[in-house]
Design a protein around this ligand. Structure first.
Ligand code: FES
Length: 158
């Protein structure tokens, strides 16, 4: 089953790699396109990407590691980012993070087994006046408190 999924994944990105064949400068745009299609950069795709662009796999891996926006594991349908900036921290951001972890049953950087949620933290999202904040996908939720966390993330039969 897993092998089939991998084969499908790589097939889905072949035409993207072909667009940048031997174009070393195209690595970052190509990685963005692959991530858009698959939701992440499968590690097993790295040798194929490197071969296509005329790079070493270590060079591709290096770029993926350097840029925080690239992911090598599948992400949840909903990405939750809890703010760890100073304003949010002093207004209880740490407790909010703890409650979100409890509610979702995952740690920072993890994805729920049903692929519904990925939990991350961010440094200041720019709306400090509403601290403590978190973001679910593109929606900012300000003035977070335990009740709001429960309402936002309570899930039937997790
Ligand atoms: S510190 Fe959280 S939004 Fe600025």
């Amino acid at each position: 089953m897993t092998e089939i999924a991998k084969a499908v994944d790589l097939k889905q990105i072949e035409h993207l790699i072909d667009q940048y064949r031997q174009e070393r400068w195209g690595l970052i745009p190509l990685l963005h396109e692959i991530q858009q299609v698959l939701g992440y950069i499968p590690p097993e795709a790295i040798p194929r990407i490197a071969e296509g662009l005329g790079l070493f796999p270590s060079q591709v891996q290096g770029v993926i590691t350097f840029y925080e926006q690239f992911y090598t594991t599948p992400r949840g349908k909903n990405v939750v980012r809890v703010c760890r900036g100073t304003a949010c921290h002093v207004r209880g951001g740490k407790t909010i993070l703890k409650l979100v972890k409890q509610e979702l049953g995952i740690a920072e950087g993890e994805t729920t087994p049903d692929n519904e949620y990925t939990l991350e933290t961010v440094a200041c999202i720019g709306v400090c006046a509403l601290a403590p904040n978190l973001v679910v996908n593109k929606d900012t939720h300000g003035h977070m408190n335990p009740k709001k966390v429960a309402r936002l993330f309570s899930r039937k039969g997790k």
